[in-house]
Design a protein around this ligand. Structure first.
Ligand code: ADP
Ligand code: MG
Length: 238
């Protein structure tokens, strides 16, 4: 469970078209990086998958079901943002449990899921702490924990590391890599960082001005860039 099809997916804000006809088949378990400069439409594309933006044209399927028009809660997805907002007055445990508790999940199952996610993210020693008592990296792991406990078919990440300092970014990149290896869940990961894209992606969608300039493995886009834009963007040292 977790395949995604994009068929000629488009987005316009009034007269301004910001996503132009994206076609992409994502297999179950694939880690897809959507890479491109600021303003090229990465977040808009991701937000259409999440149901946070209406799709102007074309179709998105998740597990063979058309999701155009479905509410975010009706889609089997969980999203981690750049500006993850943890509830400051709640413990780490409650921050992770909250989304399950409000859905009425039995306490025992909530606990099982939170503990499982906390094990993977190495947050077990911190469950009783408040967000202000955590480091930036730990807080980011809690934000990921909130997504993991929902056990979705698809994870969506929108520049989750861009607010962290360089050292922490490297560390969290490794954590996400480990997470991918352990969970094997379908992931769409938005970034403008070439190194993140090259190290995390099974395949990379290189976007420019609302279009997918190239879709390929890291080796494909690095060794055989399809356009001068891809060559320039991938070739730029971080
Ligand atoms: P990225 O995530 O790649 O930086 P975005 O998807 O956020 O790019 O934005 C793509 C384009 O769409 C930009 O030109 C941006 O200004 C425009 N845009 C994004 N959201 C809106 C909105 N709600 N209304 C109008 N234009 C928007
Ligand atoms: Mg963005």
């Amino acid at each position: 469970m977790g395949s995604i099809s994009f068929r000629d997916v488009r987005k316009s804000y009034r007269d301004l078209q910001v996503v132009h006809g994206i076609d992409l088949e994502v297999a179950d378990g694939e880690f897809i990086v959507i890479l491109g400069p600021s303003g090229c439409g990465k977040s808009t594309l991701l937000r259409m998958v999440a149901g946070l933006e209406e799709i102007s044209g074309g179709e998105i399927d998740i597990d063979g079901r058309v999701v155009n028009g479905l509410e975010p809660a009706q889609r089997d997805i969980a999203m981690v943002f750049q500006n993850y907002a943890l509830y400051p007055h709640m413990s780490v445990y409650r921050n992770m449990a909250y989304g399950l508790t409000i859905k009425g999940m039995p306490k025992a199952e909530v606990e099982t899921r939170v503990h499982k996610a906390a094990e993977i993210l190495e947050l077990m020693p911190f469950l009783a702490r408040k967000p202000r008592e955590l480091s930036g990296g730990q807080r980011q792991r809690v934000a990921m924990g909130r997504a993991i406990v929902r056990e979705p078919s698809v994870f969506l990440f929108d520049e989750p590391l861009s607010n962290l300092d360089a050292k922490l970014r490297v560390q969290m990149r490794l954590e996400i890599h480990k997470l991918q290896a352990e969970l094997g869940k379908t992931t769409l990961y938005v970034t403008h960082d070439q190194v993140e894209a090259m190290t995390l992606g099974h395949r990379i969608v290189v976007m420019n001005a609302g279009r997918a300039e190239q879709i390929g493995t890291p080796a494909d886009v690095y060794e055989r860039p399809a356009t001068t834009f891809v060559a320039g963007f991938i070739g730029t040292p971080p």
